[in-house]
Design a binder for this molecule. Structure first.
Ligand SMILES: Nc1ncnc2c1ncn2[C@@H]1O[C@H](COP(=O)(O)OP(=O)(O)OP(=O)(O)O)[C@@H](O)[C@H]1O
Ligand SMILES: [Mg+2]
Length: 492
């Protein structure tokens, strides 16, 4: 055995993150770690990586009892973790981030050119389309993820922990991550792999461990369990059918976007999907409509009127909301409570004569917490302390509460577990029925096919196809990739 975790316990204040977390991983094994949002997956892995101390339970590394006091202890024995939340320093370059905290010295000075050369070699060997001297702040979430992977691969590793490495990646990019995982496991490196994309598991994992409410409830070979069986262990009951949206009955045009190569309209009651590879321009379209990177005058029309949207403030005033994929940087005030985060975009709705009515605010936010099954210690807990998927639910609640006519969702279900996804779709369906116009960007094609009335496919910053709900994943991928020289790792 490489790593043996037995009955690990961990509490944060009133929250039992782990009660009885166990997991054993062997060299060369690809071990999937699954569970609902807040089940304790990240916490268990942070304990293995020396980032959190356990309250109880036993940990062995290659048969010996170990206690890691700091991440450097785990790093020294060869344990590496690719984190769910980016821990990169945005103002530094790719190379500086890869070597952050362990810069190679030459006469006591940091050897910048050596660092850049080593990073360039690593990028090349993994066929990542990045340059060592690029600044991380200019990178997309998907590109940052690749930098995190590079950072983990630097030096000698025996165990690699991936915490949702593909949640911001497209299908093609995810395949590259699977390739890396396959190559590393063939070299005898142990892999622990956390994901909410159950469909991708069978392609890579040998073994699966499932956590529920902080306890290991199942551990066994991947071949011995069905996907339904996995879901049952995760949620503790049989999950009713995946959410299926009925046919829309669209009303008048709410949003019209006219940008070079990107012309589309969304009517009241419609959910328009946007597919395409990462880097195809979907996020840029959302950011233009929302005023983060303003377009030329006349590019956005709301309810038949041209609106000059120069900032997110203008967008919100025009009745547009953006649920962003990048919750860490733009979606969430991590120091504030759940309650404050959910109501901040529409305080008027819980105020009278400019005074916030706390009781009303609390009941509204408690309602969202229950409906979205947000796992937290009440609504006063700070958002920073929530698990990744639960943070995403808070961002969604915030914009639902804002109650705008037009809502853009950029990868809204990123990192959200199967049960909560159905709940998010049901909420989107409700919004459409109320006459709102929705746009949803997603790299998960099955989700688009489930919720969108029609799907726009983007490639190289242009809309290249509009497909009906009845289309197939193959058809979408065909349009997204034909003749593509898009920045896809490996260029597949
Ligand atoms: N630093 C912290 N302070 C307080 N509570 C915390 C802290 N870190 C985690 N928790 C809580 O511990 C529980 C488990 O969180 P963890 O991040 O391990 O979940 P997870 O299984 O990784 O979920 P997800 O799929 O959403 O990423 C959650 O209820 C979370 O709010
Ligand atoms: Mg997590």
């Amino acid at each position: 055995m490489l790593l043996e975790l037995s009955s690990i316990r961990k509490r944060f204040g009133g929250v039992h993150a782990l009660r009885d977390g166990s997991l054993d991983v062997k060299p060369g094994q690809v071990h999937a770690l699954l569970g609902e949002n807040g089940a304790g997956k990240s916490t268990l892995m942070k304990i293995a990586a020396g980032m959190e101390r356990r309250d109880g339970g036993d940990m062995r590394w290659k048969g010996r009892h170990v206690n890691f006091a700091v991440p450097a202890d785990a790093h020294a024995v060869g344990i590496r973790m690719v984190h769910q939340e980016s821990l990169l320093a945005p103002h530094l370059t790719v190379a500086e981030n890869v070597f952050l905290g362990r810069e190679p010295g030459r006469g006591g000075l940091m050897d910048r050119s050596g660092m850049e050369r080593a990073t360039a070699a690593l990028l090349e060997s993994q066929r990542f389309p990045l340059e060592a001297h690029w600044k991380v702040q200019a990178l997309s979430p998907a590109q940052r993820q690749l930098v995190e992977i590079c950072r983990a691969l630097q030096g000698e590793a025996s165990l690699l922990i991936f915490d949702e490495p593909t949640s911001s990646l497209s299908e093609a990019e995810s395949r590259e991550v699977f390739r890396i995982v396959g190559e590393l496991s063939a070299k005898g490196i142990g892999i622990i792999y956390i994901t909410h994309r159950l469909a991708e598991l069978r392609k890579i994992a040998h073994h699966v461990t499932i956590l529920r409410d902080g306890s290991t409830v199942h551990s066994g070979a991947m071949d011995d369990i069905s996907t339904n069986g996995i879901v049952r262990h995760m949620v503790g009951r049989k999950l009713t059918a995946i959410y299926q949206r009925g046919k829309a009955d669209p009303g008048e045009t709410r949003l019209r976007v006219s940008l070079p190569g990107v012309e589309f309209a969304v009517r009241a009651g419609e959910v328009v999907g946007m597919a395409g590879l990462v880097g195809s321009g979907r996020t840029e379209v959302c950011e233009t409509v929302f005023g983060i990177t303003p377009g030329p005058p006349g590019s956005v029309e709301v309810n038949g009127l041209a609106r000059n949207i120069q900032s997110p403030y203008d967008a919100v005033a025009a009745g547009i909301a953006l649920v962003t994929e990048d919750r860490q940087y733009t979606g969430l005030a991590t120091r504030l409570s759940l309650r404050a985060n959910m109501t901040m975009a529409n305080l008027e709705r819980v105020s009278r004569s400019g005074v916030v009515m706390t009781r009303k605010e609390r009941s509204v936010t408690e309602g969202f917490r229950a409906r979205l099954k947000i796992r937290s210690d009440g609504v006063e807990q700070s958002a920073r302390q929530l698990s990744g998927g639960n943070q995403q639910k808070v961002v969604i609640a915030k914009w639902l509460f804002r109650d705008t006519d037009i809502v853009l969702f950029d990868e809204p279900t990123k990192g959200i577990d199967v049960g909560a996804k159905s709940e998010v779709f049901a909420l989107m369906d409700d919004m459409a029925r109320q006459g709102k116009a929705l746009v949803m960007v997603s790299s998960e094609l099955p989700e688009l096919l489930q919720i969108a009335d029609r799907i726009l496919v983007m490639r190289h910053g242009r809309i290249v196809a509009e497909l009906p709900r009845e289309t197939t994943q193959e058809e979408i991928m065909h349009h997204a990739t034909v003749g593509a020289d898009a920045p896809v790792p490996g260029g597949s």
